[in-house]
Design a binder for this molecule. Structure first.
Ligand SMILES: O=C[C@H](O)[C@H](O)[C@H](O)COP(=O)(O)O
Length: 264
């Protein structure tokens, strides 16, 4: 996946309430103390801060979408801590990995057909530009999109390296194995260059939790993600792609100073 171009987040002040109006706000380390967040350094610390801060939005009785990846994992662990402190929630995992972690953390896991809806989802991203996302670095984007889109409120958690001026990373496209040649052909016709994602510790492709393959598709700078998202969605054989357009409600970016929250 191409390296994201960094855009410094706007830092406009210290937010005091989750009900603050739209616009970027920064939660400084003092806020970390209030929320019990660990103040560790580096990208790992930034991911932890973002995940743990987003988890403070979880309230008693909620159904929570549990995202996949290293940043969302921090949120899942923080929810586990809250459950041990008496919080009563249910979690809808977005992948095998998220489900395993949720079970380890004592979070009751449920499927979408067992709950009336999803109150809140917390999930990571591979690239973020103007509130639009590329996801699927872990191949979980199909289930993630279902759960994140179903949520009343979708919080994205990330470290600053995920910010970009323009989305330009490879777009993961989950594809029915039997449809791969025709989907590759159609993606080239759209100006993309597909590459079958291969497993690192097995000969052959990565197989998703849904039994499909992933094509990582380079399109260069994606100036109109909504158009490309629509075009990819229409291809027969495409199960789901990693462009998340107009789905995010809040972007929580962990930084060395705290957490910047942008409400969209
Ligand atoms: O399929 C994986 C997901 O979309 C992840 O949320 C995404 O890859 C970000 O992962 P991480 O937080 O580990 O960078």
């Amino acid at each position: 996946m191409a390296v994201a171009r960094h855009t410094p987040p706007d830092v406009v002040g210290v937010a005091s309430s989750p009900d603050e109006p739209a616009g970027p706000q920064t939660f400084l380390p003092s806020a970390c103390a209030v929320t019990g967040m660990k103040n560790t350094g580096g990208s790992r610390g930034a991911k932890r801060r973002a995940g743990e801060h987003a988890a403070t939005a979880v309230e008693d009785g909620m159904v929570v979408g549990l995202g996949t990846g290293s940043t969302a994992a921090h949120a899942i662990r923080a929810i586990g801590d809250q459950i041990r402190d008496g919080l009563d929630v249910e979690g809808v995992p977005t992948s095998f990995q998220a489900r395993q972690l949720a079970i380890e953390e004592g979070i009751p896991v449920v499927d979408l057909d067992e709950v009336p809806g999803v109150d809140l989802a917390i999930d990571g991203a591979d690239q973020i530009s103007d509130g639009q996302l590329i996801k699927g670095g872990g191949g979980a984007h199909a289930r993630e999109k279902v759960v994140d889109a179903a949520a009343d409120r979708f919080l994205v958690v990330a470290d600053p390296s995920k910010r970009a001026e323009t989305l330009d990373g490879a777009v993961p496209v989950e594809t029915l194995p039997a449809a791969r040649p025709v989907v590759e052909h159609e993606i080239r016709a759209l100006g993309g260059e597909p590459s079958l994602r291969r497993a690192e510790r097995k000969d052959g492709p990565v197989i998703t939790d849904n039994g499909n393959v992933v094509l990582d598709c380079e399109f260069g700078p994606i100036e109109t993600p909504d158009t490309l998202a629509e075009q990819l969605s229409m291809l027969p054989g495409v199960v789901e792609h990693g462009l998340f357009v107009n789905l995010a409600d809040e972007i929580h970016i962990g930084t060395a100073e705290g957490v910047t929250v942008e409400r969209l």
